[in-house]
Design a binder for this molecule. Structure first.
Ligand SMILES: [Zn+2]
Length: 326
């Protein structure tokens, strides 16, 4: 983790240096993004292709900043680091298996501004469980249980039954969000929150009995694979797709992001998330991360969390991470 964070810090400095002359101004010299994309898009690009893509960017951006006149020639060491940086970045994007258009738009934004990295840095200052990836393929460790669960006692919202719990920060955010909803004449109802591993065993077995295993997998997480075990996910009532048409559902769709809540299983993304549409299931990720999801990943939580997962994995195991870990 230490190495990972130091590496991320190092990376964050680069675009700031690198794009100092062109950020938020005219697009970079035409040659730069084109060269980057040509190389980055080579299928199955090997490590050998990585320096080439970076080198293309380094020379192109050098020209762009020269044209802007804001900064002089890049020192050779910075240009070399920047080459490795862009190679590392495109490798992570590939590992995250993003759709092609998203992959391209993020790479493109990297060549024109430091916003993506600066947004990522702001997120990384928070609690790592906010971006923890828990899905069909990745489970929580045995016995995982958050330490700061508090009971949802209601206030500006209602609870459908007693004993519901969320982590302290998520519960506080829920109250703040519910107060805003109430001011708009909408009362949110919390229906299901933290689930322990044992509780998930019961829930999942129930659905397997009712629906059969295959259908149950579409609507219910296997034990250890549920966002509810994080103590950050909340189902609002009523738990069915009609929720999207209710005043509560419409209000949340429009406003949840302002309070740091993200829809986990959106319509039309079952292939990506592994779950059918759940308009009632939101996860508290914090304001910074929900903005990152919406600004850079088309609002699809799974894409952003998968990117950060691959980013951390690559940074932790990267020779560059060791080299710059200092
Ligand atoms: Zn749920």
């Amino acid at each position: 983790m230490g190495v990972s964070m130091r590496f991320v810090c190092f990376l964050a400095l680069l675009p700031a240096l690198f794009f100092a002359g062109c950020s938020r101004q005219a697009p970079a010299a035409e040659g730069a993004p084109a060269a980057l994309h040509e190389v980055a898009l080579q299928p199955g690009g090997s490590a050998g292709s990585v320096p080439a893509s970076g080198a293309g960017v380094a020379s192109g951006a050098g020209g762009a900043s020269g044209a802007g006149g804001a900064s002089g020639d890049l020192p050779a060491a910075v240009a070399e680091d920047a080459a490795g940086y862009m190679g590392f970045f495109s490798t992570v994007l590939r590992a995250a298996e993003l759709p092609q258009d998203l992959y391209l738009s993020i790479l493109n934004s990297m060549t024109t501004s430091a916003d993506f990295i600066l947004d990522l840095m702001a997120i990384m200052e928070g609690d790592p469980s906010l971006w923890r990836l828990v899905d069909k393929d990745r489970s929580l460790p045995n016995g995982y249980s958050p330490g700061d669960l508090v009971e949802l006692v209601g206030g500006s919202y209602s609870v459908s039954r007693p004993g519901l719990m969320l982590r302290r920060g998520a519960a506080a955010s829920l109250e703040e969000m519910a107060a805003a909803a109430r001011a708009d004449g909408v009362t949110l109802v919390a229906a299901s929150a933290y689930r322990s591993f044992q509780n998930q065993v019961q829930v999942h077995n129930h659905w397997v009995q009712v629906l059969g295993r295959e259908e149950a997998e579409r609507v219910s997480a296997r034990p250890g694979h549920s966002e509810h075990q994080l103590g950050l996910a909340l189902d609002f009532a009523p738990i069915n797709t009609f929720f999207a048409q209710t005043r509560e559902g419409v209000w949340l769709d429009a406003n949840a992001a302002r309070f740091g809540w993200s829809l986990s299983y959106p319509y039309g993304f079952e292939d990506v998330t592994g779950y059918s549409w759940e308009p009632w299931h939101f996860r508290y990720v914090g304001r910074e991360l929900v903005a990152f999801i919406n600004n850079h990943f088309d609002g699809i939580q799974q894409f952003a969390l998968r990117f950060i997962y691959e980013w951390e994995k690559a940074a932790a195991g990267s020779p560059a991470g060791e080299a710059h870990g200092g």
